[in-house]
Design a protein around this ligand. Structure first.
Ligand code: ZN
Length: 329
């Protein structure tokens, strides 16, 4: 076994190499990965010099654009929509609560997905909070936040073609985090952090850009049951795009080195860890026409329901294959 240095904790050791192939698009290129024996971070052995060809135009984050604005609404409907949004944000508006129960806004599901296990009020967020979404692609979720009434939201993504400006006022800058000035109440990374080559430098930039009492949210895949069970068929290993698959320990080490600490972890894994990995075992690419992602075929509804139940159980045990980490200074 070759001697390798963990790029997260610095441990040098003989590490077993596994060969993981590009499976999302079915390119099949092989990449060496190893799991650090000390901090348990699974990482690509060498970052390929040019990763851009592994992010083709149909890569999902580029295609996920905000919905068109609804046509102009009458004064009463607009007022009711605002009350419902006020309830989603604050949890407090009684009329908004009724409206949300009668006709749930899709935005509420997006909020629950992006902030698992907590409410916006728990997080201390209000319409005036300054929120930065790093690696937001076309800005779909940031756009949702603005629609709900958040006034100080900015998206940033290095890889979009140009700056974006939406009719609701959201702006998305084509830039690196280093170009964004402080100070933010919330800086968030939704399935972005595992793609970063320089995670410690990035977290230090986050630390410099948080307001006192500010929060950093990192949602990402983590090594847990699905990695132990499926190994290189684990769908969220996603070679070579995912450079690091963190463990609790490795993420806590990084946070500590950047002057942050993990205040809370919530597992939010889904049936995807099962059906995606089962497909890879059979050699079916995620983006193949016969993939469940594309065709919604290949797994019976009761099988998917069973996967949902098993994912919920893994999440309760803290062993789901993705999680949200809430970091504070
Ligand atoms: Zn390590």
């Amino acid at each position: 076994m070759p001697m390798l240095t963990c790029r997260i904790c610095g441990a040098v050791g003989p590490h077993a190499i596994v060969v993981a192939r590009e499976r999302m698009f079915g390119f099949g290129d092989p990449f060496d990965y190893f799991q650090c024996a000390t901090c348990e971070c699974l990482q690509i052995a060498r970052v390929p010099p040019d990763l851009s060809r592994f992010y083709p135009p149909n890569y999902y984050s580029f295609a996920d654009v905000p919905p068109a604005e609804p046509p102009g609404r009458g004064g009463v409907r607009r007022w009711l929509a605002r009350r419902r949004a006020a309830f989603i944000v604050s949890g407090r508006d009684p009329l908004g609560r009724v409206l949300q129960a009668v006709r749930p806004a899709p935005a509420a599901a997006a909020i629950a997905e992006r902030f698992p296990g907590v409410s916006l009020r728990d997080l201390g967020l209000h319409a005036g909070s300054r929120i930065l979404d790093v690696g937001c692609g076309a800005g779909r979720f940031a756009h949702t936040l603005v629609t709900l009434g958040f006034r100080e939201v900015l998206g940033v993504d290095r890889y979009i073609d140009a700056d974006l400006a939406y009719p609701n006022g959201l702006r998305v800058r084509k830039a690196d985090l280093s170009a964004i000035p402080p100070a933010w109440d919330l800086i968030m990374f939704h399935h972005v952090f595992e793609h970063l080559e320089d995670p410690l430098a990035t977290l230090r930039r986050v630390r410099e850009r948080l307001r006192p009492g500010g929060l950093c949210l990192i949602r990402l895949p983590v090594v847990a049951w699905a990695w132990e069970h499926y190994r290189t068929d684990w769908v969220q290993l996603d070679a070579p795009r995912h450079l690091y698959l963190y463990s609790d320990r490795s993420l806590a080490l990084l946070a500590d080195a950047a002057g942050l600490r993990v205040a809370q972890k919530v597992c939010d894994s889904t049936a995807f860890q099962f059906w995606g990995s089962e497909q890879y075992r059979k050699g079916v690419a995620l983006m193949a026409p016969e993939s469940y992602l594309i065709s919604r075929r290949g797994f019976a509804p009761e099988t998917i329901a069973d996967f949902d139940r098993r994912a919920a159980e893994l999440n309760r045990q803290g062993r789901g294959d993705q999680a949200a980490y809430y970091l504070t200074a």
